[in-house]
Write a new protein. Structure first.
Length: 255
């Protein structure tokens, strides 16, 4: 007798934004390893092609849609491409950015960028993906990539913290709204993870020392330590989990 549901995602299709690098790239590869076919979205087609080649080279299925999550037209095009797969069931919102610095020194252009990518982009993709599933009458899984900064504050990251707190609120509200339709909405909140976005920050010895001091496990994370949570929330093992922000933060928010 088998009690434990599978984490396999065979026969399902996933849309992954921010899939060209970092956590988004890792999520796309991990979902493909779990059996899903994937539609990859990001602004750089060259980066997406390399990720798609990795996936297809390992026997998976992947297609590329270059576009900007800030653009409703680009988002609609990506969801439509993913929707051509009758098994569209998963959406991972990994597109995001940061412009650290004291708030009083933060340019309005940088503030607008963070709000547009991290909040507006996530909301636009959720809306388009959800509309496609609601129209088809199908259940599904949304996994938003948030951050530990959606739960706590940190100097020099007021704008970023604001956007990730918003992502957490969006996640919880959508979970309640879409629960009657069988669509779960959750978020994964990593600590500082080694990616192209964080490498310049972590290259500062004083900053890295402070970050590692705040993480009870004493080190920054790797992308491979985040994707298990994403696959779990996308799988049948998480059918009763919705509106949850799963911390993958080495204990940072346990202080």
């Amino acid at each position: 007798m088998t009690l434990l549901p599978s984490q396999r995602l065979d026969g399902r299709h996933a849309l992954v934004t921010g899939a060209g690098r970092g956590i988004g790239r890792a999520c796309a590869i991990a979902l493909a390893e779990a059996g899903a076919s994937v539609t990859l979205m990001a602004r750089s087609e060259d980066e997406l092609r390399r990720v798609a080649d990795e996936i297809t080279g390992a026997g998976g299925r992947a297609e590329v849609v270059a576009g900007d999550v800030r653009s409703p037209d680009d988002v609609a095009r990506a969801v439509a491409a993913a929707g051509d797969h009758g098994e569209l069931a998963i959406c991972v919102n990994a597109a995001g950015t940061n412009r650290p610095g004291p708030l009083v020194e933060t340019a309005l252009e940088d503030l607008d960028l963070l709000l547009d990518v991290n909040v507006r982009g996530t909301l636009l993709v959720c809306r388009a993906f959800g509309a496609a599933l609601l129209e088809a009458g199908r259940p599904g899984r949304v996994v938003n990539i948030s951050s530990q900064m959606g739960e706590v504050g940190y100097p020099g990251r007021v704008a970023y913290c604001t956007t990730k707190h918003a992502v957490n609120g969006l996640t919880k509200a959508l979970a309640v709204e879409w629960a009657p339709h069988g669509i779960t909405v959750n978020a994964v909140a990593p600590t500082f993870v080694r990616t192209p976005l964080t490498e310049p920050m972590l290259a500062d010895p004083a900053f890295r020392t402070d970050v590692e001091r705040r993480i009870p496990l004493g080190r920054v994370g790797e992308v491979g330590e985040v994707v298990g949570a994403v696959v779990f929330l996308a799988s049948e093992q998480a059918t009763l989990v919705t509106g949850h922000v799963l911390a993958v933060d080495g204990g940072w928010t346990a202080w």
